[in-house]
Design a protein around this ligand. Structure first.
Ligand SMILES: Cc1ncc(COP(=O)(O)O)c(C=O)c1O
Length: 389
């Protein structure tokens, strides 16, 4: 398969909406400002790190991420994960595609849990894998059907790629179901690739369960500064795996593709990680405030929308019960300066053609919801009795 064989599903939509007023689809947290970050580091008494930021070499940073950053990242995980189990990538997207390239080969089979972020599946396809999709369903509250995963396993299955907490639904796997998946994968000698970029954004932090990377040494977990910390501009993502042999393959892959890191980005990421409590509490508060508005809106408009409350992250997948498809609804919304993600972005099958993704992790969401409300109210007389059909 060639890199550009599959259409990039969000490309056209994002290109034509570059200046759109309401980004009601956005999934990353409120962007951090550099001044804010430096002030936090100073408040933490991290003057040395601030000094280092103003004073660092612009030569190459270390392949796989500098050791100080890898140590800082490892502290986000349970005991058993240390700096040597962390490989830093330029963003999560590079992490997911290069991991697949490094660990899979032509003729392998991979199971991908869908709907999912496009690169999760593309990475495995590009590595030459045959793919089987296992769909999550709103009928199961977007919970993974472990029996369906088991049924999809073939003799050459090498990889199960999933995203938990889940974009777009905001669902979370239970610990029992994570453990059942780990048992299944270990029994069949299959690697689990767990995209956990929305971890640490659980709406109730007490519901957070261990990372897949802590549950099995054959599981690889992915994360990024862009979601919980709102610091995608640092260009820092990472994968974590207890198996050092796997980590060394990832370091080799990185040598080939992405050796050039930004030390400035690494230092910014360290500043943000050291202020995680403050930054994440602030971002969860934004999510809670926005969710309160959304819960009310969808309760008041239950004839036309079905809303399953998300439990983590800043995205939700809403069912539209009106007389047009969710793709068409999204097109009409764009005409009114509102961008939501239609099901086509996730290549959803027909059973999900009435679902669209919204994002609620930014302070701009209330204005987007207000514009959305006005649009829907204007359409109601046009849609008439067909609403809720
Ligand atoms: C599920 C999921 N994984 C990975 C990514 C990529 O993260 P990054 O932009 O930090 O590379 C995203 C971004 O939206 C995502 O939603």
């Amino acid at each position: 398969m060639h890199l550009l064989d599959s259409p990039i599903r969000s490309e056209e939509l994002l290109a034509k909406t570059i200046n759109i007023r309401h980004r009601f689809y956005a999934s990353s947290s409120e962007p951090l400002m550099l001044t804010e970050l430096i002030a936090m580091a100073e408040n933490n008494g991290d003057q040395q790190l601030v000094q280092h930021y103003h004073d660092h070499s612009l030569g190459y940073a270390d392949n796989g991420g500098s050791w100080d950053l890898r140590q800082e990242i490892s502290q986000l995980y349970d005991a058993g994960i240390s700096a040597e189990h962390v490989v830093v990538f330029p963003g999560a997207q590079t992490g997911m595609t290069l991991t697949a390239q490094a660990l899979l080969q032509a003729g392998d089979h991979a199971i991908v849990i869908t709907p999912s972020y496009q690169s999760l599946e593309e990475g495995a396809k590009l590595a030459g894998c045959d793919i089987t999709r296992v769909n999550l369903s709103p009928d199961d509250h977007w919970q993974m059907d472990i029996d369906a995963v088991a049924a999809a396993i073939k003799v050459n299955t090498k990889y199960i790629a999933l995203n938990d907490p889940h974009n777009p639904s905001g669902a979370m796997m239970s610990l029992d179901s994570k453990l059942a998946l780990v048992r299944l994968a270990e029994e069949h000698d299959i690697l689990i690739f767990s995209d956990e970029v929305y971890r640490w954004l659980e709406h109730d932090p007490l519901t957070r369960s261990p990372s897949m990377a802590s549950l099995s040494n054959k599981a690889i977990a992915l994360s990024t500064m862009s979601k919980p910390w709102g610091a995608g501009g640092t260009g820092i993502g990472w994968v974590v795996c207890q198996d050092k042999h796997i980590c060394s393959k990832l370091l080799k892959a990185q040598h080939i593709y992405a050796v050039c890191f930004s030390r400035a980005g690494e230092i910014q990421a360290m500043m943000a990680l050291r202020s995680s409590d403050i930054i994440i509490a602030k971002n969860i508060q934004i999510i809670h405030d926005n969710l309160a508005l959304l819960e009310q809106y969808f309760a008041d408009n239950a004839d036309i929308f079905e809303w399953i409350s998300p439990r983590a992250g800043g995205t939700g997948f809403v069912k539209f019960k009106g007389p047009i498809s969710a793709n068409e609804l999204a097109n009409q919304l764009v005409e009114h300066e509102i961008l939501v993600f239609p099901p086509a972005i996730f290549d959803c099958d027909d059973s999900l053609k009435q679902y669209f993704r919204i994002g609620f992790s930014r302070t701009t969401m209330p204005a987007a919801l207000q514009a959305f409300r006005l649009f829907i109210d204007q359409q109601r007389p046009i849609w008439g009795k067909r609403v809720g059909a």
